[in-house]
Unconditional design. Sequence first.
Length: 190
Amino acid sequence: MTDDGDTGVLIVDDETEVTDLYEKWLSNYRTYTVHDGAEAIAALDRNTEHIDVVLLDRKIPGLSGEAVLEAVRSHGHDCPIAMITAVAPDYGIIGMAFDDYVTKPVNGETLRSTVESLHSRAQYADDLTRYYSLVATHTSLLAEHPRDELRENEEFVSLEAEMEAVQDSLDDTVDFGDHDEFQHLLREIQ
């Protein structure tokens, strides 16, 4: 898991006072702010490696939040996105590819918690994908080579050590007692 300061958050809201407040509340993170839909897509396209979480208002000038969400996903960006909006959830949100929906007004604790949760889920999904890859490699090697031979191979020993490290990280990352959290994680790895 990265430090908060290593986590990039794109804040998309048409109200400067709101983006300024969010930046203040998220001062431990690297923040990028934009005020309309086209700017949001351009900022993500320009900074794709640096943006880990997007906070997106539904009602913004130019492209709506829904259109931005669609464009971001169609451009292949898989960073988690939270809709942070005064628009109460309606049936129109069914099928929208956001990862969380938070109704305004929000406070600093809720905003920080949302960013932390989304980033944690994304990190978990990445770790889980890596773990499955390592397990597939490990299983393939076990099927073709005697275990004694593999235990003498430095690369195989390193593979097992990495598998264990990733598994430990996975065990420490998420509490599966939270059903909603588990559902989000499953959706991310599909």
